[in-house]
Design a protein around this ligand. Sequence first.
Ligand SMILES: C[S@@+](CC[C@H](N)C(=O)[O-])C[C@H]1O[C@@H](n2cnc3c(N)ncnc32)[C@H](O)[C@@H]1O
Length: 285
Amino acid sequence: MRGNLKAILADRLSLEERELLYRSYDVIGDTAIIRIPDALKHRSKVIAEAIMQTQRHVKTVLRQVTPVSGDLRLRKVEWIVGDKKAEALHKENGCLFKIALERCYFSPRLSHERMRISEQVKLGEVIVNMFSGVGCYSIVIAKHSTVEKVYSIDINPAAVRYMQENVKLNKVEGRVIPIEGDAKNIIQESLLNVADRILMPLPERAYEYLGFAAQALKQTGGWIHYYDFEYARKDESPVEKVRAKVGERLQNLGVYSEIPFGRIVRTTGPNWYQVAVDIQLTNLL
Ligand SMILES: C[S@@+](CC[C@H](N)C(=O)[O-])C[C@H]1O[C@@H](n2cnc3c(N)ncnc32)[C@H](O)[C@@H]1O
C-alpha cells in the first residue's frame, strides 16, 4: 500500500520541506517504511506520526537508511516511532507472508504481477521460481491455481527459512518446495527439463541467468516470466528494448522464442523502468 506523503503533511511541513519528500512509501503489514532525505532527517518524527495518524493500521514507522542492494536485495532500516520490531505479517491476494524486514527482500508493489502470473497457470503445471524470496509468487500461485509443484529457490538462508514458515502459514506444503542455493547450481544439479514455467523476479541478474532458465524448461518448451530494468528515451519503448535484447540472447543460445506480452511494472528513475515480459519457448529438443 502506498500513500501520498506530500498531501498528508500539507499542514505540518513548509512547502519547501514538502518539496523534498519522496512521493510514496511502502506499508508491509502494520509497518510503514519511508525514505527521508538527509535534509529532512530532523523532521522524521513529524512525518512518521502523520502516517500513523492517517493510516490507523500502521503501528510502526521505519526509515530506510540504505538503498535495496547486493545479491540478496536487502536494505537497512531504523526505527522512528511505534512498536519496535524486526518482522511484519503482510496480507496479500488472500495469502499471509511473514517477513524479516532487514533480512529478506519483500515488495508490496509486485502484488499485481504475482496475481497476473498465477492467472496463467494451468492444471498440473510444474514451475521453477529461480529467485523466490520469502515465497510470495510461489504461494500466491499455489493458492490461486491448480499448479502441481513450485520449486522455489533462494540463495538467502533467512529468506528460505521464512519461506518455509510461509508455506505452512498458507497450507501449501508439498506444492511449494523451498530450496536454498544459487538458482543456476540447483537447476543444473536437480531441475533440468522439469518445468512448464519459470519465474525470474530478479531484474538485476535475470539476463545473465536466462540460459539456465531455458535449461529448466521441459524439452517441449514452456514459459519464462522475465524481469529487467531498462533505460528508454521519450521516443523509445522500454518493453520493446527488453523484447529485442531477450530475443537476441535466446537466439544466440539456439532457442526459438516468442514474446507475446510485455508491460512496464513501475518507473524506477528518470527514463528507467522495471519491465516484465512473458517469453514462450517452443521445442527445446
Ligand atoms: C527481488 S527478490 C525477489 C523476491 C520475490 N520473488 C518476491 O516476490 O518477493 C530477489 C531474490 O533473489 C535472491 N537471489 C539473488 N541471487 C540469487 C541466486 N543466484 N540464486 C537464487 N536466488 C538468488 C535474493 O536473495 C532475493 O531474495
